[in-house]
Design a protein around this ligand. Sequence first.
Ligand code: GLV
Length: 329
Amino acid sequence: MTDRVFVTRPIPEAGLAELRKVAEVVVRDAPMPPTRDELIAGLRGATGLISLVTDPVDAGVLESAGDLRAVSNFAVGFNNIDVAAATRLGIAVGNTPDVLTDATADCTLMLLLAAARCLRPGLEDVAAGRWRTWEPMGYLGQELAGKTLGIVGLGRIGSAVARRCRGGWGMNILYHNPRPLPDDERELGARFVDLPTLLAESDFVSLHCPATATNRGMIGREQLRRMKPTAVLINAARGSLVDEAALVEACRAGWIFAAGIDVTDPEPPAPESPLLREPNIVVAPHVGSATVVARTAMAARASANVMAALIGQAMPYPVNPGVVLRGGN
Ligand code: GLV
């Protein structure tokens, strides 16, 4: 029987070329994510799935897909997938780490600079024809050189951001992680601190941890209150990490200087969300990995995961390594 792999939306074809040689690849040609029913219908008879962060691959979806053996998320994060259910059902789950690290670190700095230098009100004034003259007292932002960067989650992306800030602006690096990382401390001159200390001492706080069941709203009123009034918060990880109502309050009341976020919860925010009304909150449309190079490599990694699992081998980029795969080849 030929394997069939369902891809929920078009992704770079170059990355799918190898997969197409060994399986029938069905790419759902639509601009919006599938509804749950469409996802279930697309998985009928499918042995593989390439899913996106926008696709909730929950236990019910997985249970309905009796032939499915491989789910590969076209992303490094996989909070949209019920990994425990997949493991119980004998379905391998993979992701696409590393190849989007530089793109996402660059995006983090894009947001950091934009928020620190009041880019949003500036751009809006220019576009609306309100820019009348050089402003000696207008659009005054924060400098980066020699400042302190606090990284929450010093993994691949967090350390790439730290490296850029250390090398480029000579910043001091603080970090908070589940456990200290002595090698990174040496390389980055980073200091391990608890979250309250990181928030109180950092000029820039950047979030790089995965979304889990327990860290929803980990940056809320209490945490924002601890930050400096000149501080900038960056979130290019997952929207659920930040209590958005608290962030709006913090930016409006001047508890912090500004925020730059690439992710929201939900995505996109409702058109009437106050998040979109604050001039000192820069919101990007979840574009951390949106470069041609990164997205093409992500497609290749997602394909490689599926190809391995379909022949009963371990995925090269596994999320549930050691899963006992259901069915035979
Ligand atoms: C995108 O958000 C990813 O997790 O790769």
